[in-house]
Design a binder for this molecule. Structure first.
Ligand code: SDX
Length: 377
């Protein structure tokens, strides 16, 4: 008989590996990237500087940051064969499926960038640079907007807004998105990062690992939650109906998206920062509707279930205020998390150990094989 052992469903509280990239203090509500507190980085850094920190383990010099920005700008263009693949994808496809397909296609046409090992930093830069291009190219085609013109001069946040919108973004919008990208850049062994590391641990290539991560992030219990938060707000319609909508969902044992977390036992520090940006962008737009609905939602869910908000509660309101459609929220999460995913894949390649847990077998072990002609119909 298989020896009995304690099963940790969902690998909850299982420490699978050592890493220097990210520390989550679940009880203290702190998030650290390579030693730096997320509150300092959100207040003073940029997505590009944080990506450099995640990849190289230290903050860049001015020259190193300049070179990184320049390199990312140069790598934004998609090869024609991948554009041809995008042209064949049905316009009503979910952008996360489009992203997964395009990254997978890119690996076919650029195998060298995807090669596993120390040189994968080139692939990390390439994927970080090109994800907004994939999203913008597809979104413009499906909406009939003017074709995307690649601008290598823009910051990552500005490039995302340029790719997805026609109207030029304000400085406040660019900064709000840049902070959101910083906050989403990494989060230790979340499901999509773990999927990337499992793939890399077999010595599979970088683009395969990121394709695994994209498919994992798509799930509503992980990346897709911010889309559903906005659907709940639309369903409630006004502050007075929030309580009834929440009670109805809880009565049906449904999860309230944007709340709860496997690691944080207090407020997700990213939610704290995004709450403030939701208010600031709402004030700048003269529309605090989302902010007021979300504040009410927080009060009701905490009163009913004692749950705290996570990163997904306020992010959708910031993106919606910027005119970004809901089905692009999780792809924007991916446009940031690709920095963390690739940093973890690089770390896995540098200290490789095949990731292979066990299952507690609970089936029979001594059945007799019966030839098919003797089996009952
Ligand atoms: C992200 O891992 C990461 O770091 C992910 C992430 C990242 O940056 O990569 O932080 C991003 O994925 C944030 C989470 C986004 N997902 C959601 O907002 C979906 C709603 N949240 C829940 O599904 C849930 O909180 C999880 C999945 C996030 C965590 O769930 P756990 O740790 O598996 O907790 P659980 O399912 O064991 O729930 C414990 C109790 C249960 O109550 P009982 O059945 O014991 O009475 O808490 C309840 C749950 O029902 N609960 C919720 C709830 N979350 C937990 N009840 C209602 N609504 C919720 N959101």
């Amino acid at each position: 008989m298989v020896e009995e052992s304690v099963v940790q469903r969902g690998l909850q509280d299982v420490v699978a590996l050592e890493s220097r990239i990210c520390f989550i203090d679940g009880r203290g509500g702190r998030l650290i990237y390579q030693g730096y507190d997320i509150r300092d980085l959100a207040a003073r850094s940029s997505f590009e500087e944080v990506a450099y920190l995640l990849w190289y383990g230290q903050l860049p010099s001015a020259r190193q940051l300049h070179d990184l920005r320049q390199r990312l700008g140069e790598l934004r263009t998609l090869p024609r064969p991948v554009l041809d693949v995008l042209d064949r994808i049905p316009a009503d496809s979910h952008p996360m499926d489009v992203l997964r397909t395009a990254v997978s296609a890119l690996a076919v046409f650029e195998p060298g960038e995807s090669r596993p090992g120390e040189s994968s930093i080139g692939g990390a830069l390439r994927l970080t640079a090109v994800i907004p291009t994939i999203l913008g190219y597809f979104h413009r085609r499906r909406t009939g907007a003017p074709p995307l013109t690649v601008n290598p001069e823009l910051s990552h946040a500005a490039w995302i807004l340029h790719a997805l919108r026609d109207s030029p973004p304000t400085d406040l919008e660019v900064r709000a998105l840049d902070v959101a990208l910083i906050l989403h850049a990494d989060h230790e062994l979340n499901a999509s990062t773990f999927a990337a590391r499992v793939t890399a641990s077999t010595l599979s290539d970088l683009y395969s690992a990121i394709t695994s991560a994209i498919g994992t992030l798509k799930g509503p219990l992980h990346g897709g939650a911010n889309e559903r938060v906005m659907e709940l707000l639309a369903e409630a319609g006004n502050v007075d109906r929030i309580e009834a909508v929440v009670r109805d969902k809880l009565a049906k044992h449904e999860r309230i998206m944007g709340f709860g977390h496997r690691v944080y036992k207090v407020e997700d520090p990213r939610a704290t920062i995004l709450r403030d940006w939701s208010r600031r962008v709402g004030e700048a737009k003269g529309d605090l509707t989302y902010f007021q609905l979300l504040r009410r939602l927080e009060d009701v869910v905490h009163a009913e279930k004692g749950l705290y908000p996570n990163v997904d509660l306020y992010s959708g309101s910031v993106y919606s205020l910027m005119g970004i459609p809901k089905d692009l929220f999780t792809p924007i999460f991916a446009a940031s998390r690709v920095a963390g995913w690739t940093a973890h894949v690089l770390e896995e390649y540098q200290d490789l150990r095949l990731i292979r847990p066990m299952a507690q077998y609970i089936g029979p072990t001594d059945l007799t094989y019966v030839p098919i002609e003797q089996r009952p119909d």
